[in-house]
Design a protein. Sequence first.
Length: 120
Amino acid sequence: MNGNARVDAFSEDALANERILNLAQKVYVSENPSLSAMSPGKRPAQVTLYLQDGRRLSETVFSSQGNFDKPYPLSLVIDKFRQLAGEVVGSNVADELIDLCLNLEEVDNIASLSALLRPN
């Protein structure tokens, strides 16, 4: 419904959204022991949709984006960090943290990192 799982997808407004609540009532989650047995080497999941016309659509994946074998692109990780950290430390500090972390091999003293994390 939101197209993402960022903070705003879990806001009070989103959690009270009638379309989301209606969809949530139609979702049933259960374990498939044969898929669970593949863990930890694989992280499989299966989704089955039961359509009103009687059709059933199913898809199984053995690894999804974000797992250890399919990491998110760095740009997505940075964007998510910027959004989450920006709400806590401000966008300027979040950008400084990103720059510092991307260049840790050049940092002589980690105090510069911890200084950015201290409340003012």
